[in-house]
Design a protein around this ligand. Structure first.
Ligand code: MCA
Ligand code: AMP
Length: 534
């Protein structure tokens, strides 16, 4: 099915009344004043939070009713007369803030599958996602339209400007059963191109509630979002948990250490969630502050009730330094796009540095050997996960989905060991999957891109341990005869093809790549070459 309206709804000439978020109260007819049980559960809860503040962004302060009203407009604009999007994919490129949430909810309320696009990625990467999902429509804020229009034109699909969707139109919205597909997030993995992870409304509701319980979210909470909104960490752990709880989510367009410290200094936040690289950046900014400001920041940070780290291994040295500054022992947890969160240190009891705690209630976790047999207690094994948190499928990739499961268990590709009931992550089973700045990256995907460079004859990409980024993307290249290439030239070239975090920041030019007797490049040997270089 294609959406049946003209392809471009974002033309600058269209005149719509400006959406004024706070001139209420008037529910549109399609937003029932009574609890509407046909909605995804997150929105049912939003109805009960009504006039409470939900989102604060640079444009203003918005209530739960504002979100319900705006998302109703978005849904009506997407439906344009049809009764249900029936899981059409709707991709959106919107700066984190009120509009981002209104669009996510609007897509859900119209019966669509939400596909949040990464900000700052080059057009080629966005094009891949739009193509792979066969998106029926694209939504952007005014700054994104220039990027989206050519992608939409290529496929003759609708493109909407979010601010123009927020007008008073009536629509009967469909019932949204919890087993329907809700979202596709792209994740790099064992294949060279990223795969779309499909979660249903029920998965999402479960991922949210387990964290609400484990970390004791309440309406009194206030969290600051500065993570990108195309990953589970920002979407589920921060935004959706806050809005489920009836809490306040302050949303920044992007991470900025000075602004985050200012918000901590405001004394209003109760929660902070970030990747280890961000804690390293915050520590560096604290170190650079004056002694008086350091004291103030440390005192204010101590007043928060919880600070969480995840998405990559938290070095114990970072945990300890953060504890010296703020008095907080960071709560480290473990998750994955396909499963949400699976393991967490305790909110109330002791947190073990270097570990990720125990399975969250309802999540089954086992460690297995290569044959899928549970390992003996205390022996390392691959983490397998089962439970209502686990995703349904990779979009349009039945083979990859089948391979990802063994006897109903999802195979994470991460290795761990259990000590006194507490899990410690040891690493990944696949050397080609890297983590840098909290982003998962496939070495194979980067190699495929680098081979397109005219000066590159052969290449091998590895992750090299790094105190700021966790791992740095490092490329060993054999150049074509007579060519030359500097790191700066390579990065400039790569940035037009892939997101900044995928571009190599270490380069080694070799006469030949290290290979084994079978002629296969030996990645551990490549890693050693880089490690010896620094
Ligand atoms: C950016 N740069 C890098 C990297 N990234 N250099 C080396 N390695 C990198 N990984 C360079 C850029 O090329 C640029 O340099 C400069 O740093 C600034 O780039 P920019 O993109 O502006 O970076 P940033 O804004 O400083 O970003 C750093 C960041 C960001 C805030 C740590 O990467 C971030 O938000 N990470 C979080 C990702 C996340 O949410 N992951 C969750 C997924 P130049 O200008 O010289 O070129 S995992 C997940 O969801 C699971 C479920 C889980 O468990 O949570
Ligand atoms: P993603 O696929 O982007 O969702 O990233 C998930 C991956 O991040 C996991 O498979 C782990 O490799 C890694 N990860 C997440 N949390 C942690 C953690 N606390 N410690 C170590 N690795 C982690």
């Amino acid at each position: 099915m294609r959406l049946h309206h003209p392809p471009d709804f974002s033309s600058p000439g269209r005149q719509h009344p400006t959406f004024a978020p706070c001139d209420k109260p008037s529910f549109s007819p399609y937003i029932l004043p009574m609890a509407d049980t046909s909605l995804p559960e997150l929105l049912i809860r939003a109805q009960s939070h009504g006039q409470r503040t939900a989102v604060i962004d640079s444009s203003g302060t918005y209530t739960y009713n504002d979100l319900l009203r705006a998302s109703g407009h978005v849904a009506a604009a997407l439906l344009a007369g049809c009764d249900d999007l029936r899981e059409e994919r709707i991709a959106f490129l919107i700066t984190p803030g009120f509009h981002w949430v209104a669009v996510l909810w609007g897509i859900w309320r119209a019966g669509g599958i939400a596909v949040p696009l990464p900000l700052g990625s080059p057009a080629a990467e966005l094009d891949y996602i739009v193509h792979d999902t066969r998106a029926a429509a694209l939504i952007g804020d005014p700054t994104a339209l220039e990027t989206l229009r050519p992608l939409a034109a290529k496929r003759d699909v609708a493109v909407f400007c979010v601010s123009e969707m927020l007008t008073s139109v009536d629509a009967i919205l469909p019932d949204i059963a919890s087993e329907r597909r809700a979202m596709i997030l792209y994740t790099s993995g064992t294949t060279s191109r990223p795969k779309g992870v499909v979660t249903a409304h029920a998965n999402i509701a479960w991922q949210i509630t387990s964290l609400i319980d484990a970390w004791e979210w309440t309406t009194k909470d206030r969290i600051l979002l500065f993570l990108p909104l195309h990953h589970v960490h920002g979407i589920i752990n921060v935004v959706c948990c806050a809005l489920w709880a009836g809490a306040i989510c302050e949303m920044l367009p992007r991470f900025d250490a000075a602004v985050v410290w200012d918000r901590i200094a405001s004394g209003k936040l109760t929660l902070l969630m970030a990747v280890p690289t961000i804690y390293v950046r915050l520590i560096a900014a604290w170190d650079a502050a004056s002694p008086e400001r350091r004291t103030l920041l440390g005192q204010r940070a101590a007043e928060l009730r919880l600070m969480v780290s995840g998405s990559a291994a938290l070095p114990v040295s970072t945990l300890e330094r953060w504890r010296e500054i703020t008095g907080h022992t960071l709560l480290e947890r473990y998750g994955m796009t396909e499963i949400g969160m699976a393991l967490s240190n305790s909110y109330r009891n002791e947190r073990v540095p270097g570990s990720v705690g125990r399975p969250l209630p309802g999540v089954e976790v086992q460690l297995v050997n290569e044959r899928g047999e549970p390992v003996a207690l205390g022996s390392p094994g691959e983490i397998e996960v089962r439970g209502p948190n686990v995703f349904g499928e990779y979009w349009n990739k039945p083979d990859a989905t089948r391979e990802a499961f063994r006897d109903g268990w999802f195979r994470t590709g991460d290795t761990a060991v259990v000590e006194n009931g507490i899990y410690r992550i040891l690493g990944r089973t696949n050397i080609d999957i890297l983590k840098t700045g909290g982003h998962k990256v496939s070495a194979l995907e980067i190699e495929e891109a680098l081979r397109e460079h005219p000066a590159v004859s052969e290449c091998a990409v590895v992750g090299v341990p790094d105190s700021e980024w966790g791992e740095r993307i490092a490329a060993a290249l054999v150049l074509t005869q007579g060519s030359a290439l500097s790191l700066e030239e390579l990065r400039t070239w790569a940035k037009s093809r892939m997101a900044a975090h995928k571009c190599p920041s270490r380069l080694l030019l070799l006469d030949a790549l290290p290979r084994n007797a079978m002629g296969k490049v030996t990645k551990p040997a490549v890693k050693t070459l880089f490690e010896n270089q620094s």
